[in-house]
Ligand binder design. Structure first.
Ligand code: FE2
Ligand code: FE2
Length: 313
């Protein structure tokens, strides 16, 4: 790497450390603060849950569906943070005897992801106390991590960067402006967003560093890996959707018609795909970075793989 590029990168890692120290929060002291979830409010905003597509549900039922989705949303993050933390810890090896500023930035990043996993586990427990029995989150963090970590580092960093960018976009665009959400759920996403802002910058630096090591053939394979990872995320969403719809149907207080169940299965899958794939795929910073590290034919392959998932086919 050129000396000047190295200096620029070191400054960016240093900035991440500075902000990370300044906004550092603790789960109980700053986020939960002795509160419980307010189930008279929605958890996820309509822009993410897409519950307003279900005209056959009452307002109370839509609110409840946003809470079921919010529970799975929190679990999805806890799941992703397992492989993200492990990958960053692995990447830190490259800096062990090199740029100590970069090393510190990656160590802080990993520490924060461990804390986030603890936060999301605690939320799952608290939501379980306030919601009817029978909820299940299917995917196991370690099973998913072992599949993800078997893919090329370039692809894992692309997926990670995407996740950390859309986390911020969700907060800024739909969570923050909505005054009808549970205060605690909203605060969780606020505090999470604050630390994710630094993570996305570190992902970018590490992704570009990794990109500099690849041959043309390796980059081609890395793009295939990224497409496989998106398909794996979609597989998780496709498996979780009917489980969440069944749970909602069994606990919403009335018997839903078969046609309504079909609408719910299709509509909730659409919402989950929007939350975890579609919204990130159109993040301007992500498309800019991906475009700078790939050739047009790679973009076409990725676009073709995304089309049936995000509904542009
Ligand atoms: Fe996180
Ligand atoms: Fe993160």
């Amino acid at each position: 790497m050129l000396a000047t590029q190295q200096q620029t990168d070191t400054k960016r890692y240093a900035k991440c450390i500075e902000v990370s120290k300044r906004i550092r929060w603790e789960i109980d002291r700053d986020v939960i603060r002795g509160r419980k979830f307010d189930f008279s409010r929605k958890f996820l905003p309509d822009g993410l849950s897409l519950v307003d597509q279900f005209e056959f549900l009452s307002d109370t039922e839509r609110r409840y569906l946003s809470q079921v989705q919010g529970r799975s949303y929190a679990n999805m993050f806890g799941l992703a943070e397992r492989f993200i933390g492990a990958k960053l810890l692995e990447l830190s090896r490259d800096h062990w005897l090199g740029d100590q500023t970069a090393l510190e930035a990656l160590v802080r990043f990993t520490d924060e992801e461990l804390k986030h996993q603890e936060l999301f586990r605690e939320l799952e427990r608290m939501m379980g106390e306030g919601m009817p029995a029978g909820y299940k989150y299917l995917a196991q963090p370690n099973d998913v991590a072992s599949i993800v970590l078997g893919k090329s580092t370039w692809a894992v960093l692309a997926l990670t960067c995407n996740i950390e960018l859309f986390t911020q976009a969700h907060y800024r665009q739909s969570v923050q402006p909505d005054d009808n959400l549970s205060d605690l759920f909203k605060d969780v996403l606020l505090f999470h967003w604050k630390e994710e802002s630094q993570h996305a910058i570190i992902d970018e630096l590490e992704w570009q560093r990794e990109d500099g090591k690849l041959s043309a053939a390796e980059r081609d394979r890395a793009v295939t890996d990224l497409i496989d990872l998106v398909a794996a995320v979609d597989g998780i969403l496709q498996a979780q959707t009917p489980v969440d719809v069944e749970y909602f149907a069994a606990t919403c207080g009335r018997k839903l018609k078969p046609a309504e169940m079909d609408r719910l299965r299709a509509g909730v899958l659409k919402a989950y795909r929007w939350q975890f794939i579609g919204s990130g795929a159109q993040e301007p910073r992500f498309t800019e970075l991906l475009g700078s590290m790939t050739l047009p034919q790679h973009g076409e392959r990725i676009g073709a793989a995304l089309a049936p998932i995000v509904g542009t086919a």
